[in-house]
Design a protein around this ligand. Structure first.
Ligand code: DND
Ligand code: ATP
Ligand code: GLN
Length: 731
């Protein structure tokens, strides 16, 4: 037997906070050593933080990373433990995203990333060069100061692996795992038994499965130990890195860390018998055959042993049942943890939320409530860092600290219902009941006097006073009357967030939370610079359908039972007067349902459909109940409003990224914002297709169509011919 103990970790780093990050790395190495591990793997670019973006272009960033590495190497951190540490390195004139393998105060090899992440949220090619030399390791001269401090002049740099006396190990850096020809396949043929994947990978709803499947398929037939390390938390941007440090052996998960957690450092350890890898490989004839004619990968020899012989002092890690969170839990915990990091790092004293009693703002309130519950739970579990942060933010004195989530919420969370003459008692009371359940400091104010002050001012200026449509006004008047209310709420929210702490003799300021969802953003069904404009928004890329499922879940599992009523109510903006024969409803206003919007959203972004291919795909999906002409009208209606309102995406409040069809314009969904909203070329093509289909009556009902049935559960949206069936493409 060759017993090997390995440790991997989730680290909650903060981009550009070098002291903090270096301490976390040291802390994780100490924990790994305490557990008896001989290998410690950390996340990608852990010294700088993954999300430094254009700071990677600054030489300072690379220099500071070396300084931190030197500090780690001159101490006893790496004594008797192989540490894989992530940082940027300049070799010659190119900058690489590297894993630095260290042991006993020396650097044994530097492995630059070969396949960079460059889709969706990722732009690594903007900052790094991909390493392309695959047949040799080059000699890298260490920077003078490092060289002096370590007594080491140079180090092998490039693609390769490290051969110890008793096993071989190699790095595979994040995206490399997801490439069509991942390095681990040829590394395995070269005898590498342990793969160390350092990652910087963000949370997206329903994505974990994709990741775990990749670890499993990397090792189930070819054998191997797959170690995965990731960042965890908000390191300064819209992404939440969702941890899940794990160890997989021959396709079985034997250790799995948390996906969502408030912990700064979590070390995940596994004890493995490496002979199971050799044994599996020896039993697969095709593996043996391919190994016998493999392409040789360069290696570095280190005369050191990592394994222990058979002994009964340690227990082997056994296969675990993989833990997946439901999407509802993901919505509660991902944004909940992200909000906590943002709050503790921003210096704010809490959050203020305009709470309408509707589904969206109630979801945000529930997520803040969940955050408070997590904080109290983590303090009860003995987390000193969470306790110290909570004491500071909640302004606790005399040794007191949060022990009850409602009491904590009262200190750090203001909710405010800002009713107008169009608000109903139902929503007003829903807001109040929910606030009581969560424990927030709740205010109920009327904005009517402010609205009428604006209207009077306008009347003085122009001599005219706009009227609602139900009172005989035009569309323009009707819209402007709605938008005044919506925008006044935004101004009042910011005013309260800055002044309420002063009123209550508390230090600091509160962050205003926004609560528009991904579908409203896509359709543009929001008033520009109303309460959708805030400091941050935890649900800006979550769909209405997912939010409704979340509300049902939260009513039970977070203990906020009033959310069941909130969920059951039809979504309404309550900006127009309610009459016996009229009450404003979102889906009527928008001319489409939220369910339809989710379908359009996925087709547009995830499946990259323009208007014409969206129409064609929807003919398969909806052909049983709608005619081609009706489908054509729906597609045109969607694209018209999407494009008219695209400018609103340029000023969307920074939101937690959670959804692959997010229209977020700043980092994720990069498109123009001034369109010809008549789409003359595309719409004419749709009309032409409709004409042809009507004549031929080709679409006879989607149920009869083979491809529809086959693809009907693709990401829950039943895309038929939209190309790639993976809704997570472009993570
Ligand atoms: N191409 C362009 N590039 C840059 N800016 C452009 C623009 N076109 C218009 N604009 C600007 O945008 C303005 C129009 O946008 P905006 O003022 O927002 O107004 P608008 O989009 O016309 O109206 C707001 C919509 O949101 C609905 N609403 C209101 C309130 C709450 C909710 C909800 O349930 O969440 C929904 C409301 O029923 C209405 O359909 C124009 O007045 C102009 O200032
Ligand atoms: N009466 C109100 N009191 C406080 N805030 C409000 C009120 N009405 C609207 N808002 C704020 O403006 C945002 C957008 O308003 P709107 O009611 O139009 O619908 P929504 O986007 O469907 O959200 P919700 O489901 O929270 O009502 C809300 O999410 C909320 O933050
Ligand atoms: N940092 C990376 O290489 C990211 C890779 C991949 N797209 C992920 O989200 O996991």
């Amino acid at each position: 037997m060759r017993l090997l103990k390995v440790a991997t970790c989730n680290l909650n780093q903060w981009a550009m906070d070098f002291d903090f990050n270096a301490n976390q790395i040291k802390n994780s190495i100490s924990k790994a050593k305490q557990s008896g591990a001989i290998i410690r793997l950390g996340p990608e670019l852990e010294i700088t933080g993954y999300g430094c973006e254009d700071h990677f272009l600054e030489l300072d960033t690379v220099n500071h990373a070396w300084e931190c590495l030197k500090d780690i190497l001159v101490g006893d951190w790496t004594d008797d433990i192989v540490c894989s540490i992530g940082m940027p390195i300049i070799n010659g004139s190119e900058r690489y995203n590297c894993q630095v393998l260290c042991l006993n105060r020396k650097i044994i090899m530097i492995r630059p990333k070969m396949w960079l992440a460059n889709d969706g949220n990722y732009r690594e090619l903007r900052w790094f060069t991909a390493w392309k030399k695959r047949d040799e390791l080059v000699d890298f001269q260490l920077p003078h100061e490092i060289s002096e401090a370590l007594g080491q002049r140079s180090v092998p740099f490039g693609y390769g692996f490290v051969k110890f006396r008793d096993t071989a190990i190699a790095a595979e850096v994040c995206e490399e795992l997801f490439t069509p020809i991942p390095p681990h396949s040829e590394l395995a043929l070269n005898g590498v038994e342990v793969f160390m994947n350092a990652s910087g990978s963000h949370h997206q709803l329903r994505k974990l499965d994709l990741r775990l499947r990749a670890f499993i398929s990397a090792t189930d037939t070819r054998g191997g130990v797959y170690m995965y390390s990731n960042h965890q938390g908000c390191d300064g941007g819209r992404l939440y890195y969702d941890g899940c440090a794990s160890v997989v052996v021959n396709g079985d998960v034997v250790a799995q860390g948390s996906q969502f957690s408030l912990k700064d450092v979590e070390v995940v350890v596994a004890q493995i018998d490496l002979d199971v890898v050799a044994s599996l490989r020896g039993s697969v004839s095709s593996f043996q055959e391919q190994a016998s004619c493999k392409t040789k990968v360069p290696s570095v020899e280190v005369p050191y042993s990592l394994c222990q012989p058979f002994n009964l002092k340690t227990r082997l890690s056994i296969p675990l049942k993989i833990k997946y969170h439901s999407p509802e839990e993901e919505i509660a915990f991902g944004p909940g943890c992200w909000l906590w990091d943002y709050l503790r790092r921003s210096g704010a004293s809490g959050f203020l939320l305009p709470l309408s009693g509707g589904a969206d703002s109630s979801s945000v309130a529930a997520i803040v409530g969940c955050m408070c519950q997590l904080v109290v739970k983590e303090i009860a579990n003995g987390d000193e860092q969470v306790k110290a942060d909570a004491i500071r933010i909640g302004n606790y004195k005399d040794g007191q600290y949060p022990t009850d989530s409602k009491e904590f919420a009262k200190r750090i969370f203001y909710t405010v219902f800002m009713g107008s003459e169009n608000s109903s008692d139902l929503t007003r009371s829903r807001a109040k009941v929910l606030a009581d359940e969560i424990g927030s400091w709740h205010l109920d104010v009327s904005i009517d006097v402010v609205v009428s002050a604006f209207l009077s001012l306008f009347q003085t200026l122009t001599g005219k006073r706009p009227r609602y449509k139900v009172d005989g006004g035009s569309n323009i008047e009707n819209l402007s009357l709605q938008n005044i209310q919506a925008r006044i709420r935004m101004v009042l929210a910011f005013m309260l967030a800055s002044l309420l702490p002063w009123v209550h003799s508390k230090p600091g300021f509160y962050l205003v939370l926004g609560s528009s969802n991904v579908d409203e953003g896509l359709r543009g069904y929001l008033t520009k610079y109303d309460c959708s404009s805030a400091d941050i928004n935890p649900i800006g890329s979550i769909s209405k359908q997912d939010l409704r499922a979340f509300l049902r879940w939260a009513a039970i599992h977070l203990g906020y039972s009033s959310l069941a009523d909130v969920e059951a109510a039809p979504p309404t903006a309550e900006l127009e007067p309610i009459r016996s024969d009229y009450s404003q409803l979102d889906e009527v206003d928008m001319g489409m349902t939220y369910e339809e919007l989710s379908v359009y959203g996925r087709l547009r972004k995830v499946f990259r459909c323009g208007p014409v291919s969206m129409f064609q795909n929807l003919c398969y999906r909806w052909g049983a109940t709608l005619t081609p002409s009706q489908i054509g009208e729906k597609v045109k209606h969607f694209f018209k409003y999407y494009s008219i309102n695209r400018h609103k995406m340029t000023v969307m409040t920074p939101s937690y990224h959670a959804e692959s069809y997010s229209p977020e314009d700043n980092r994720f969904d990069l498109r123009q914002f001034l369109y010809n909203a008549r789409w003359p070329y595309q719409f004419q093509k749709i009309d032409k297709l409709v004409g042809e289909l009507d004549v031929k009556e080709v679409v006879q009902g989607s149920g009869d169509h083979e491809t529809v049935a086959a693809a009907s559960d693709v990401g829950g949206m039943g895309v038929a011919a939209a190309g790639s069936g993976n809704p997570n493409v472009g993570l």
